[in-house]
Design a protein around this ligand. Structure first.
Ligand SMILES: C[S@@+](CC[C@H](N)C(=O)[O-])C[C@H]1O[C@@H](n2cnc3c(N)ncnc32)[C@H](O)[C@@H]1O
Length: 227
């Protein structure tokens, strides 16, 4: 279930990616002020676009896409600086997932030369990290927060999120990103992965397994493509 699916008036348990339960009174898990300030410092003072904002957010980008009027994923992200703290769960109504938000980050960087920072859960074994972060992003800051206290209902007085979070950076000013985010976590340049042969990042070797031949009697040993 989506971390942000709990209704505004009732406390209800929702399950996160690590299989733990989280209690939330709001579906708006906003970026806490210290991270908004840090992102603004990297961008030289202003955030031009927040493509998934809400009325409680303190990001205050110059342009905000907000449901229900504007679906941020359906817009062009042609802005010089973009900050994204996307919904972490699946949006069944629109058939989208966090993967679509990662894809938009990369597209806005490659098509419009945008500087993009995204606050996302650390999930290095997922397809979206392998495709849109490793080999595509320029840096990542693995945040030190044991439990990142998002801004919920206007305050950060909560237990915090149980998953590790990171700021991913698609942009050409690594030193600006590093100098600001060093204070918040372990900053790693991903530059070398951009030139690394792709097969060192993802490909798995075919593995041998038994496949049953239902027309015959005995199981047959065959090579099968790794899943
Ligand atoms: C984790 S909150 C972040 C809010 C804000 N960007 C911030 O960091 O403070 C994600 C927000 O994305 C909004 N959202 C979800 N799907 C969206 C879409 N397709 N277009 C625009 N906003 C969307 C939700 O309403 C939710 O408030």
């Amino acid at each position: 279930m989506d971390l942000f699916e709990a209704s505004a008036n009732s406390i209800k348990a929702v399950t996160d990616f690590a299989g733990r339960s989280v209690h939330s009174q709001s579906h708006h898990w906003c970026t806490p002020p210290q991270y908004v300030a840090a992102v603004k410092r990297v961008f030289g003072g202003e955030i031009e676009l927040d493509p998934c904002s809400n009325p409680e957010s303190v990001v205050n980008a110059k342009c905000e896409f907000m449901l229900p009027e504007i679906d941020g994923l359906a817009q062009e992200w042609n802005f010089p600086s973009i900050y994204v703290n996307p919904p972490y769960g699946a949006d069944r109504a629109r058939g989208t997932t966090i993967r679509d938000w990662f894809a938009k980050c990369v597209a806005s960087r490659t098509e419009y030369g945008a500087q993009v920072i995204a606050l996302v859960p650390v999930a290095t074994n997922t397809t979206h990290w392998k495709k849109y972060v490793f080999g595509a992003a320029d840096a990542v800051c693995f945040l030190y927060d044991t439990r990142l206290r998002f801004l919920v209902n206007g305050n950060t007085d909560n237990k915090g999120a149980p998953m590790a979070c990171a700021m991913v950076y698609w942009g050409d000013d690594f030193s600006a990103f590093e100098s600001v985010f060093n204070a918040f976590g372990a900053v790693v340049s991903l530059e070398t992965l951009k030139t690394a042969p792709k097969n060192t990042r993802k490909k798995q070797q075919p593995r041998e397994m038994f496949l049953f031949d239902f027309n015959g009697i005995k199981p047959e040993r065959k090579r099968a493509a790794a899943g």
